[in-house]
Design a protein around this ligand. Structure first.
Ligand SMILES: Cc1cc2nc3c(=O)[nH]c(=O)nc-3n(C[C@H](O)[C@H](O)[C@H](O)COP(=O)(O)OP(=O)(O)OC[C@H]3O[C@@H](n4cnc5c(N)ncnc54)[C@H](O)[C@@H]3O)c2cc1C
Length: 499
């Protein structure tokens, strides 16, 4: 007799989504979460009356969340209160120019036409191709595994358009983007999406370009902060009788021969189960929680070849005024060439760039309850190396805040300093300590061509029977829809194997 049918390590989106499906399908499921709340990188924290999101700031392709709730026989709207966000982004350039892309594709066309008539026509073509690529090809595989030839054949049968769009998986982001658009400003405004995978345009897989279209099908923010999404999924899980233990760290996955038998907690308690689902970094799972000595050498070598993704330090600001920003999301951005240079010359050499780009999200614009009356909260996010050439993140924390505020003034003419009532810096070290993400990695493992989809660690372990992986390290990588999709996939795989 086992203590549980299934134990899920981590209450991130992938873990909770798989847990909800397992519990609904009759598997007695326990979720063990190291922190005191659900959501991991998609959660929020309260500081002096402000609520700051810890990671994700927006959801697109929310149809994957609807697909999860449909599988649970429930409606998303009964669990999560999504608000549509419009415009999608405002932009501030280094020369002080400001503009926005609205959700309406024709509205965005008008903005593009101000820069280039030719690219306005190219936008029409991009919308047509992007719509088909998202709705008939890539969107179809969000909640379907795609690792083996059999998986691929199955997917190709149900989504033949995927075959047509495969070249976009082989080309890089920059090649695809520049094949559509000619104007430097238009190109730059759509190159930011590559960093949504934590990679520069020159390294990011080409299909990611179509996010610049999919956002026009709607982007959403949950009332009460991003934590509203995992809280909604957790409530559905608990409605089916599922159990979550907070402040419960798993330190070992227990195995016997070629199958898993449960987990050992940090306090030494052993809990048995015939199924273990991991929602943590796949390297940590195999190399530390199971242990290098307990897996075949090919598996250890394979895991070591996966670089972890780049971290994203975040500055959280409480303000006593309304900021002069266009809406929920503002990108302070630079050109395409510079975005590649920042990666190859700064990040890879341990340097934090002095200019460049930054995403500012303004949650209290959509939901005033996120800040005290008359006040607002902002999150400033960019990427930066984990290992610094000079100093370390603990010692430069204050300087990082000051340098970033200087940069916002110098490059982007945004003076926030005079109105700050609360300032917090969440460095890569903090994320590592809080969520146990190795090197503060935001998207689990790096998401380049050689570590995406079929090249990523598998959701159904090839090493141990009963072991499944969800979350940012597997499937299509980091992101709200992709990690929810990974949980849906794991639910299906367990049903195939044990149902
Ligand atoms: C700064 C930032 C901005 C982002 N912006 C966006 C965005 O705007 N839109 C978008 O779609 N995506 C965004 N993402 C990505 C998205 O938030 C993540 O990819 C997704 O939430 C990760 O889900 P996950 O299932 O991998 O779990 P995670 O969020 O990684 O959660 C894993 C959980 O496991 C717990 N845990 C770890 N080790 C153990 C252990 N040993 N025992 C028990 N529990 C453990 C952790 O505490 C954590 O709660 C962003 C991410 C970051 C960091």
């Amino acid at each position: 007799m086992y203590d549980y049918d299934a134990i899920v390590i981590g209450a991130g989106l992938g873990g909770l989504s798989s847990a909800a499906i397992l519990q609904k399908n009759g598997f007695r499921t326990l979720v063990c979460e190291n922190t005191g709340q659900v959501g991991g990188c998609c959660s929020s924290m309260d500081v002096q009356g402000y609520r700051f999101d810890i990671g994700a700031s927006i959801v697109e392709m929310s149809f994957v969340i609807d697909e999860l709730f449909a599988k649970l026989g429930k409606r998303t709207s009964d669990y999560i209160d999504f608000m549509p966000i419009d415009p999608i982004y405002g932009f501030v350039t280094e020369d002080g120019e400001k503009f926005s892309y609205p959700v309406d594709v024709n509205g965005t066309r008008e903005v593009i036409a101000r820069f280039s008539e030719e690219d306005a026509r190219n936008w029409d073509r991009f919308v047509k191709v992007g719509s088909e690529a998202i709705n008939k090809a890539f969107g179809q595989v969000m909640a379907k595994p795609m690792y083996t030839l059999k998986d691929m054949m199955k997917v190709a049968m149900t989504s033949p358009a995927l075959v047509k769009y495969l070249p976009y998986m082989i080309k890089n982001f920059e090649m695809v983007l520049t094949s559509f658009f000619k104007d430097e400003k238009v190109r730059s405004s759509m190159s930011l999406q590559s960093y949504f995978l934590g990679l520069p345009p020159a390294l990011c897989p080409g299909y990611v370009v179509f996010l610049a279209y999919s956002e026009h099908e709607g982007i959403f923010y949950p009332r009460g902060g991003m934590i509203g999404i995992p809280q909604g999924i957790a409530r559905a899980f608990e409605d089916f009788g599922g159990e979550i233990r907070f402040n419960t760290r798993v330190r070992k996955v227990l195995t016997e021969g070629k199958r898993v038998t449960g987990v050992e907690l940090a306090d030494g308690t052993k809990l048995t189960s015939r199924i273990v689902v991991s929602d943590i970094n796949a390297r940590t799972l195999y190399l530390d929680l199971i242990g290098r000595e307990n897996i075949p050498s090919w598996a250890a070598k394979a895991m070591e070849t996966f670089p972890v993704s780049i971290p994203a330090p975040m500055i959280m600001l409480g303000l006593d005024t309304e900021p002069d920003l266009p809406g929920h999301h503002t990108f302070c951005y630079t050109n395409l060439k510079e975005m590649n240079r920042i990666w190859f010359e700064d990040y890879l050499n341990g340097r934090i760039p002095s200019g460049g780009f930054m995403l500012i999200s303004w949650p209290s614009h959509a939901d005033p309850s996120m800040a005290p009356e008359g006040h607002h909260c902002l999150n400033l996010v960019t990427f930066a190396p984990y290992k610094l050439a000079e100093g370390d993140w603990d010692s430069i924390k204050e300087r990082y805040l000051e340098d970033t505020l200087d940069m916002m003034e110098r490059y982007f003419h945004l003076n926030l300093r005079d109105h700050i009532t609360v300032a917090r810096v969440n460095t890569p070290y903090d994320l590592e300590r809080q969520l146990l993400h190795p090197c503060g990695a935001v998207y689990g493992l790096q998401n380049d061509f050689f570590s995406t989809a079929m090249f990523r660690p598998r959701m159904r372990s090839r090493v141990f029977q009963g072991l499944y992986l969800a979350g940012a390290s597997v499937h299509l990588g980091g992101g709200v829809p992709t990690t929810v999709g990974s949980g849906v996939c794991v639910g299906g795989l367990v049903e195939e194997d044990f149902g």
